[in-house]
Design a protein around this ligand. Structure first.
Ligand code: SF4
Length: 329
């Protein structure tokens, strides 16, 4: 069976962008592949962060993932820093990772644009991603389009390492992208990708009232200045969200009433809010239960880390053996 690896940062509660763009897909994939899902806290410390909440945000992310349907019996779910082999394999890969390509990574350039002093961790971020994936010799990686460049670098690192240390065996696979169908969910501002740091999200676990409070002022087609002005649904993020949360007949009705000015944007948003609240209600209920049992969540993560480590240890040992390290040969 093919093996997949995917990671998510410990940002606390999941938002609907994470869910539609990645996690919902993971829940389906866990039945099709040997699946490894990781809360990547080592990646999260490459930019300034709040130390006092990192552990809580990590557990909250685990609660969100479990509530959304990641099943620790079917998939391995763990926290990256609980498996130190990630960092060790990353170091081995720094010896073959091409500096020029690291510096050309779009995300590296975006993240460092305004920094006076650039931490080396930001440069090495894609090497750690390569280690995350290759530590489990995963051959498929569910990614959004914005991660394709990093995955290509992972393939390059695998090729270079194999050429140097496993020319006959290609020990590390060159993983293929499994492109996530809904990889770019726009935020409530209708402009940028939905992201917690931009404050344009709806949390997966938010109350019905909070969902409505956030949807009400959300951006729409600017052509609809008054209720009488017709709009173009394809230019409106509310219409895009209807397509994920509402049944097809509602989506058609939305498009029709938008084009003919048959209702106001608030009516349209109220309908979306109701659909969203209904869809997310079971996830919210499961999360509430899990929040009451943090020890059970921690135990599931510990068990996931143990399962991950048993694969990681073996891979790292073999990598070190092939690189000729004392104690591994
Ligand atoms: S009616 Fe709905 S789809 Fe049309 S602009 Fe308003 S919110 Fe968007």
């Amino acid at each position: 069976m093919d093996r997949i690896f995917s990671g998510i940062q410990p940002t606390g509660d999941l938002h609907i962008g994470n869910w539609l763009g990645a996690v919902r897909n993971w829940v389906t994939l866990q039945d099709q592949f040997a699946s490894i899902f990781c809360i990547v806290d080592l990646h999260a410390v490459t930019l300034p962060y709040e130390v006092s909440s990192l552990a809580a945000r990590t557990r909250d992310m685990a609660i969100g993932l479990l509530a959304a349907g990641i099943d620790p019996e079917r998939a391995i779910l763990f926290v990256q820093s609980a498996v130190p082999e990630h960092a060790e394999l990353e170091w081995l890969f720094t010896t073959v990772a091409p500096l020029g390509e690291l510096e050309r990574m779009t995300q590296f350039k975006d993240k460092t644009e305004k920094l006076e002093s650039v931490p080396a961790g930001l440069l090495c971020y894609p090497i750690l991603q390569a280690a995350d994936i290759l530590l489990y010799r995963a051959n498929k990686v569910p990614v959004g389009e914005d991660q394709v460049q990093h995955l290509e670098l992972t393939r390059e690192i695998a090729r270079r390492w194999n050429t140097a240390y496993a020319p006959e065996a290609a020990y590390f696979p060159e993983p293929q992208a499994l492109l996530t169908p809904a990889s770019r969910i726009k935020g409530l501002d209708g402009k940028a990708k939905m992201s917690k740091s931009l404050g344009n999200t709806i949390g997966l676990l938010e109350s019905p009232e909070a969902i409505w409070e956030k949807l009400r002022p959300a951006a729409t087609d600017p052509a609809r200045v008054t209720r009488k002005d017709p709009g173009t649904p394809e230019l409106c993020n509310i219409y895009a969200l209807h397509q994920y949360f509402s049944p097809p007949e509602t989506v058609s009705e939305v498009a029709d009433k938008c084009r003919t000015a048959g209702w106001g944007c608030l009516d349209c948003k109220r309908r979306l809010a109701d659909a969203m609240i209904g869809t997310l209600a079971p996830i919210r209920a499961r999360a509430t239960e899990l929040k009451r049992a943090p020890d059970a969540v921690d135990a599931a993560l510990a068990q996931g880390a143990e399962r991950a480590r048993s694969i990681a240890r073996e891979t790292l040992h073999e990598a070190k053996r092939r690189m000729g390290f004392f104690g591994a040969v």
